[in-house]
Unconditional design. Structure first.
Length: 193
């Protein structure tokens, strides 16, 4: 077995080919080590890692790095674990009523935007900046509304993996606003499920 093959078998994730781009191994390993140290720490001396940190972490591309899909799947599971832990801590410290109030506030804000009409849910950028296809975003928003108000089953992974066709400027919804909204949706769904 070559050193390269041996190195590849001793890693927590599959790696892309030597000349392909994946996630930086050093950055992924560092983040996961930090998350594990915080999760298993008995004192609060460890730097806090939250479900939001897990959801929003990003890694630089690197040749021969970890396969993005494998890392993303692990991060999704880790986010769910952290969200559950955060919910349990809130309930333990402040009671279930506090958690329900928090969920109610977030849900109310999200549902208000979801109730806006098609084509009116998010800002339309004025300059020629990247934006998302309005019809595709509105389609996901209708599914989310059914999830929140009609108890239609929906996996948080559908929202996590949502990809929209690009648009330019006012032809689409502003990417950053849609992304921020979906981030809150994932936060809520992960804490409920």
């Amino acid at each position: 077995m070559t050193v390269d093959k041996q190195q590849r078998t001793n890693t927590p994730f599959a790696r892309v080919g030597r000349n392909e781009f994946g996630y930086s191994i050093k950055q992924v390993d560092h983040f996961l080590t930090r998350a594990h140290a915080f999760y298993t720490a008995e004192d609060s001396g460890q730097k806090t890692v939250t479900s939001h940190d897990v959801r929003t972490v990003s890694f630089d591309p690197a040749k021969g790095g970890y396969q993005a899909l494998a890392v993303d799947a692990a991060l999704d599971r880790l986010e769910d674990v952290f969200a559950q832990r955060e919910r349990d801590q809130l309930v333990s410290c402040q009671g279930e009523e506090a958690w329900l109030l928090q969920i109610g506030r977030i849900s109310s804000v999200l549902r208000a935007r979801l109730h806006r009409g098609d084509g009116e849910r998010f800002r339309r950028p004025k300059r020629r900046v990247r934006s998302y296809c309005v019809e595709e975003v509105d389609g996901l928003c209708r599914e989310l509304l059914a999830y929140f108000e009609e108890n239609k089953p929906m996996s948080v992974d559908i929202v996590r993996r949502a990809v929209f066709a690009p648009a330019v400027g006012a032809e689409g919804y502003e990417e950053s606003q849609v992304d921020a909204f979906l981030d809150r949706v994932v936060e809520l769904m992960a804490s409920i499920d």
